[in-house]
Write a protein that binds this ligand. Structure first.
Ligand SMILES: *Cc1c(COP(=O)(O)O)cnc(C)c1O
Length: 386
């Protein structure tokens, strides 16, 4: 009874403010179409950007690994949890991101919350974009370093903050593609600034990996070299279609992570099936650019459609397209309209974002018709509303 009273108020308040969230489960594979509550929907809310999460060839290959290695890893990477698959994934990730070394983490969330505190501590300074992912915010908090949050992509403010700081060590942390707005950080300027000021640069390439730079990610997109001051986090959970993450960087950085990252040391290793699926998908992205090219064709169709209808999509230039509203009610109204039309694109509510929105994710598995159906429905909605 005590619990009931303790938490009832929290739930009530969330409901009253229309910020209450509920989990919806699908009854099908991830993909362009999903079945929810017995109904088939066109899915525009997946981070499976290349449609690799349900790829037949990858599934067949992974079944062999599953039979050979079983499911559970049994212990931490530092004990007996790792396999030759983990090692090959790390070599491949380092090659993919053009770095000396790499290490696998169990998710993007635990990569950021483990790596940032392993690298930075009290007396150091972290510079973080205000729209960075929650896992970066948490990682920065856990580190004990002094935190400086700069306005979104404000390079002048960032420069001033770095120059004013007399911290022992400095590190800039940024999303490459911002997860809720679909805009890209000005990486060339940030990269030059970090190099000139002797700061490390930690890039969260969760939404750039598999998408930008012919799949290799944000650095490749900008033609920047993975020099030793750059640390790249990539996830296996989005375009790569599996689960898990990796950090690719200079060998010293990786050794530091293996010895100090608590989310790596004190957690059971990623199951070899997830590692194998990610590994095979990563190789596929490197050897066959077809899916990334298809994704970009779809992105172009979607952006053109929004532009032609005069519907704002903020600063987005990639596969993540936000339709932003002032209130949760308005955003929910569009989501409900789309849901009626069998289009799945739910509301993203505060505090995940400041302004509520429908976050549309375009993928390579969508057909051109799928995109036109989405555009038609969104256009119709705004027409009806006047
Ligand atoms: C999704 C995401 C993460 C977390 O990755 P998971 O593998 O889902 O834990 C981290 N950073 C960014 C920018 C993300 O979008």
């Amino acid at each position: 009874m005590v619990q009931y009273v303790m938490f009832r108020g929290v739930v009530r308040k969330l409901k009253k403010e229309r910020l209450f969230r509920e989990i919806r489960n699908r009854e099908s594979r991830q993909g362009r179409a999903v079945r929810i509550d017995g109904r088939d929907f066109l899915n525009f809310s997946s981070n499976d950007y290349l449609g690799l999460a349900s790829d037949g060839e990858l599934i067949d290959h992974t079944l062999e690994i599953l039979r050979r290695f079983g499911v559970g890893s049994g212990s931490s990477r530092l004990l007996a949890g790792g396999t030759s698959i983990h090692a090959e994934l790390e070599r491949t990730a380092a090659f993919f991101k053009d770095t000396e070394d790499a290490v696998v983490f169990n998710s993007g969330y635990t990569a950021n919350t483990g790596a940032i505190p392993a690298l930075m501590e009290k007396g150091d300074a972290l510079f973080s974009d205000e729209l960075n992912h929650a896992s970066i915010i948490d990682g920065c908090r856990l580190s004990g370093a002094k935190r400086f949050v700069y306005h979104h992509c404000d390079i002048d403010e960032l420069r001033n903050l770095i120059r004013k700081s007399d911290a022992r060590r400095k590190m800039v942390v940024t999303d490459t593609v911002f997860s809720m707005d679909g805009d890209i950080a000005p990486l060339r300027e940030i990269y030059d600034l970090c190099r000139d000021e002797g700061a490390a640069l930690y890039l969260d390439d969760a939404h750039g990996t598999g998408v930008l730079g012919r799949g290799r990610g944000a650095l490749e997109h900008f033609g920047l070299e993975a020099k030793d001051f750059v640390i790249q986090m990539g996830t296996l959970s989005k375009a790569i279609g599996s689960f898990g993450a990796f950090i690719a960087a200079d060998g010293n950085v990786i050794d530091c992570l293996i010895n100090r990252a608590r989310t790596l040391i004190y957690s059971t290793a990623l199951p070899p099936v997830a590692a194998a699926y990610g590994l095979t998908a990563m190789k596929k992205i490197m050897t066959d650019g077809g899916r990334t090219a298809k994704l970009w064709a779809n992105i172009e169709t979607a952006h053109k459609g929004f532009d032609m209808m005069g519907i704002s999509k903020g600063e987005s230039s990639v596969q993540i397209i936000p339709v932003i509203f002032e209130s949760v009610e308005e955003a929910s109204d569009l989501a409900a309209y789309l849901y009626e039309k069998a289009i799945y694109a739910p509301v993203i509510r505060p505090p995940s974002v400041k302004k509520p929105r429908i976050r549309i994710s375009i993928t390579a598995s969508h057909t051109e018709d799928d995109i036109h159906i989405l555009l038609g429905a969104v256009g119709e909605y705004f027409e009806k509303k006047g």
